[in-house]
Design a binder for this molecule. Structure first.
Ligand code: ADP
Ligand code: MG
Length: 273
């Protein structure tokens, strides 16, 4: 009880402070096709700094594709994505970026991503999964990278698994390492793509607890695609419901989840709930 009351107060404070904050992510008219199939269809989304957005929608509605575009892992056909006010894929002059510029931008843009299947390097320890990219991509010294990796492993409750290989860790532990890795370069936005979908039910809560703390204690800006409706209602400031590659409904989490206005949202919630 006490913990959830505190969480409620912090979430409230966070929403109040949002009014004065700038946009962390702006997606405008985003469209993407695979051959004949339209996957994103003129999608618009604004996420403000400090906001937690839950992305809901049926399988195939475009959640993963949207997150992959924002994290710059995928390209798109039409529309714009701004992160922290900067337009992705374009130089300040307005010129389209070359592959070389894109690779640099990907490393510096400040978006972290957590995948459903963890995507850890299987031959590297928990520590090296975090410290390695800090050295290779962000040019950190080994000493600094190791220190940062240890700090983050402590933050996700895994100080005792520093030297463990992924195959010797539970799914919940692997996903917590993946979250620590995504946080390591201090991203301005963290994207989580169904972070608990690959986990056995008894391991889901340890991962949700970490995400909850990032929202409540750190005020981290996050976009989380999830089928965990109760978690979404508790942690998200706003729910965005996707269908057919566009946003069909969005609003305060409690409102959308308890009184959906769009028939597709209502149908989805009745199946999920
Ligand atoms: P969600 O995450 O909401 O389940 P996705 O973004 O994964 O949805 O997929 C949206 C649609 O795009 C689906 O119909 C899927 O089959 C299609 N799709 C996704 N990735 C590819 C790909 N690499 N090639 C072809 N079609 C794809
Ligand atoms: Mg998906």
């Amino acid at each position: 009880m006490e913990v959830s009351a505190k969480a409620a107060i912090s979430a409230g404070e966070r929403s109040i402070s949002l009014a004065s904050h700038e946009e962390a992510v702006r997606v405008t008219g985003l469209s993407k096709r695979y051959d004949e199939q339209s996957v994103l269809d003129g999608l618009n989304l604004i996420v403000r700094t400090g906001e937690v957005v839950a992305l809901l929608g049926p399988s195939g509605s475009g959640k993963s594709t949207l997150l992959r575009c924002i994290s710059h892992l995928d390209g798109w056909d039409l529309g714009q994505i701004h992160v922290g006010g900067k337009r992705l894929g374009y130089l300040p002059s307005g010129q389209l970026m070359t592959q070389h510029d894109l690779a640099n931008e990907r490393a510096s843009v400040g978006v972290g991503m957590v995948f459903q299947q963890f995507n850890l390097f299987s031959h590297l320890t928990a520590l090296e999964n975090i410290a390695g990219p800090l050295r290779w991509v962000h040019g950190m010294s080994q000493e600094d990278a190791d220190r940062r990796a240890r700090e983050l492993l402590e933050r996700v409750g895994l100080s005792h698994r520093v030297d463990a290989l992924p195959r010797h860790m539970s799914g919940g532990q692997q996903q917590r390492v993946a979250i620590a890795r995504a946080l390591a370069p201090n991203p301005s936005v963290l994207l989580l793509d169904e972070p608990t979908s690959a986990l056995d039910p008894e391991l889901i809560n340890e991962v949700l607890d970490v995400i909850r703390r990032l929202a409540v204690e750190d005020g981290l800006t996050m976009i989380i695609s999830t089928h965990q409706l109760r978690f979404a209602e508790e942690v998200a400031d706003r729910v965005v419901f996707l269908s057919g590659g566009s946003v069909v409904e969005e609003g305060p989490a409690h409102e959308v989840l308890t009184q959906p206005r769009h028939p597709l949202t209502a149908k989805f919630l009745s199946v999920m709930g």
